[in-house]
Write a protein that binds this ligand. Sequence first.
Ligand code: SAM
Length: 196
Amino acid sequence: MFNEISPAMLERMRFLEKMDAADRADGTERMKRLRQIPPETGKFLALLAVSCPMGDIVEIGTSAGYSTMWLYLAAREKGVRIRTFELLEEKIKLAKETFVKAGIRERVDLIEGDALENLSVIKEAAFCFMDCEKEIYEQCWELVSEKVIKSGFIVADNVISHGDELQKMIDRVMKDERFDSMIVPIGKGELVCRRK
Ligand SMILES: C[S@@+](CC[C@H](N)C(=O)[O-])C[C@H]1O[C@@H](n2cnc3c(N)ncnc32)[C@H](O)[C@@H]1O
């Protein structure tokens, strides 16, 4: 999977990594930054997603499509689609550019607008990556957890970096008997939940 990253996708990954690093360094305001996952989290997500049962992949919080490219590696190998949700116009524009430049458009549906209003389009998911504003994680969990099929996964980002802010959501998920869940200390901290 990882040695099949196309030169075009690799080029776009490097471009977005540089853009994200520059924005962090020069103090670009938070909502304008890409706020991407680091590459090791991307690899981890791709490994989990490819190991899931057959079914579509969902992503909440596309930004410029960096994590979508990692998820694409799993989607291509399994022959499934990715549905990714993004709210902000500027990010939508960048994500569209990413999907064309990286050559992954045919397998990705970008759903524009507020994920909370649009998640009802998901009828079933084998894998969901949650990486939007932390204030809506719990609502996203409510909307998406029931759609995840047996042995499917939900992975939520930033549960260590934003542990205090997310503690209520983490406690709620840990008590959810439909899932086996644990925090994996990779990248910004991933809450990994597998549907029983
Ligand atoms: C941390 S960034 C996502 C980074 C991306 N997953 C990556 O690693 O490349 C969070 C994104 O979620 C988007 N977002 C925030 N609230 C949203 C909502 N209610 N619906 C859809 N997207 C939302 C933001 O605009 C932002 O682009």
